[in-house]
Design a protein around this ligand. Sequence first.
Ligand code: NAD
Length: 239
Amino acid sequence: MVNNLGKRKIVVFTGAGISAESGLRTFRDGDGLWESYSIHELATKDAFERNPKLVLSFYNQRKVAAKNAQPNKAHIALAELEDVYDVVIITQNVDDLHERAGSSKVIHLHGQLNRAQSSIEPSITYDWDKRIEIGQYCELNSQLRPNIVWFGEPVMHLEEAREHIKSAYKVLGVGSSLSVQPAASLLNKAPFRAEKTLVSLEIKGKIPFSYKFMRGKATNVVPVICKNWRKLEVNSKCT
Ligand code: NAD
């Protein structure tokens, strides 16, 4: 629970809702991406094999949107919390707004828009800031694809994420509908004694056991929580 700098560990689990106020659409809200596009045409390996041009075009657009977006007050407050805590961000998001806000430990469960991946060997990935085009190959001579976990594919870094959450002093979930598994069930791995809070406009289904739910926008609620937690930690070190 305490790292070698004497900082206690806070694990933050984030979803598309934290980036909504940076202008990136979520998946499942009324105006979410899956209201306008079909998962089966865009977010499966079969879809990529059937129509790679369409799938690449969709993710190339997402990449441009993410690149043009800026971290918001919630991303920034979480990054600033590193002054006093060991903060590990476990995110379902594929944008890089946590990193650009200054967070130093970010685990991407569902991949990253700014990377490309071999379509035959998922462990081969590249920094890829530009568009992915048909005819661009990995070192094994197979077409490059987005470094995105599509439906039916295994989540990345799941074991590492689980170990972090099991040793957390506090857990904060932000902007997730908790409807994508196995990512959402990570929250159940938090220690019984850890303080556990969820911030979202809504949750699909049940709030996980012993979590306090705070309904609200990430940019309104997260900076307040971070300010209080910072104060508590600073005061505890002074007394
Ligand atoms: P989701 O779309 O299922 O749910 C988003 C949640 O955020 C909802 O519960 C909604 O009520 C809440 N929300 C919306 N605006 C909010 C705000 N301003 N403040 C607080 N909460 C708000 O998203 P999810 O649970 O992350 O679903 C997982 C999938 O969505 C992941 O696989 C992820 O890769 C993908 N995704 C990522 C991005 C991104 O990287 N920015 C964008 C869209 C989808």
